[in-house]
Design a protein around this ligand. Structure first.
Ligand SMILES: C[S@@+](CC[C@H](N)C(=O)[O-])C[C@H]1O[C@@H](n2cnc3c(N)ncnc32)[C@H](O)[C@@H]1O
Length: 214
């Protein structure tokens, strides 16, 4: 992870893989029963991928969409049961369609949102909202030290305009760096580009309000 970060810091966005605590928090919506379609965007070295693989233990369909071909290759070796795709997260609807899948029950993201432009953030969130099954869940996280960056604030605003429900989860202090998890559900009907949907609820995810766990 560190080697890839040094090659391309903005695309990788982190110097270390997600900790088991963070992986546990972001995979919480993976159903214990049935055959769900579970998608992971930006799996990196696979710290979260292998937790999902264990949770599913052969049920449903697990996809991991990784834009870095070297990391995607390594992940294919490491997680044999996972459908690892070397592609951009914004192509998710097409990737599911190619596999005869319409919808995803759970989408989890390890993407470095704060490094993305507004257009890229919008494109990927809109792809997620188009594939999420009714009752489906989207989970992502942001690094605590970067929550006040303009790009991170813009991303949270976009989350609220894309989903009716955005619930900040817990702050995972045992991660390098500490991270705040978000659980989103019920995509809104897409608004025309440039038209802002202003969320009616305040966003209570400031660091001072976050409670330390673990
Ligand atoms: C912070 S790392 C992921 C860390 C991962 N959760 C782990 O625990 O190892 C972000 C990953 O997102 C990937 N990525 C960045 N932009 C992407 C995109 N547009 N589509 C798919 N993957 C992308 C990067 O290559 C990198 O592997």
């Amino acid at each position: 992870m560190l080697r890839e970060f040094l090659r391309s810091p903005a695309d990788i966005g982190a110097v270390a893989p997600s900790s088991p605590r963070l992986a546990e928090a972001i995979t919480a919506p993976v159903p214990e029963l049935g055959d769900p379609v579970v998608v992971e965007l930006g799996p990196g070295t696979g710290a979260v991928t292998s937790i999902i693989e264990e949770q599913l233990s052969g049920r449903g369909h697990q996809l991991a969409v990784e834009a870095n071909p070297r990391l995607a290759d390594q992940l294919r070796w490491r997680c044999r049961m996972v459908d690892v795709i070397d592609a951009d997260a914004s192509t998710l609807p097409q990737l599911l369609h190619e596999r005869g899948l319409d919808k995803a029950d759970v989408v989890v993201s390890g993407l470095p949102w704060a490094s993305f432009s507004h257009d890229v953030q919008h494109e990927i969130l809109s792809a997620v909202s188009r594939v999420l099954a009714p009752g489906g869940a989207f989970t992502t996280f942001g690094y605590v030290h970067a929550l006040r960056l303009a790009s991170a604030l813009r991303f949270r605003q976009l989350l609220h305009t894309t989903f009716e429900e955005v619930v900040p989860g817990r702050t995972v202090w045992r991660n390098l760096p500490p991270a705040l998890v978000y659980h989103a559900r019920r995509p809104r009907t897409p608004a025309p580009r440039g038209m802002a949907v202003v969320p009616s609820r305040r966003c209570p995810e400031s660091v001072s309000e976050a409670k330390p766990v673990g």
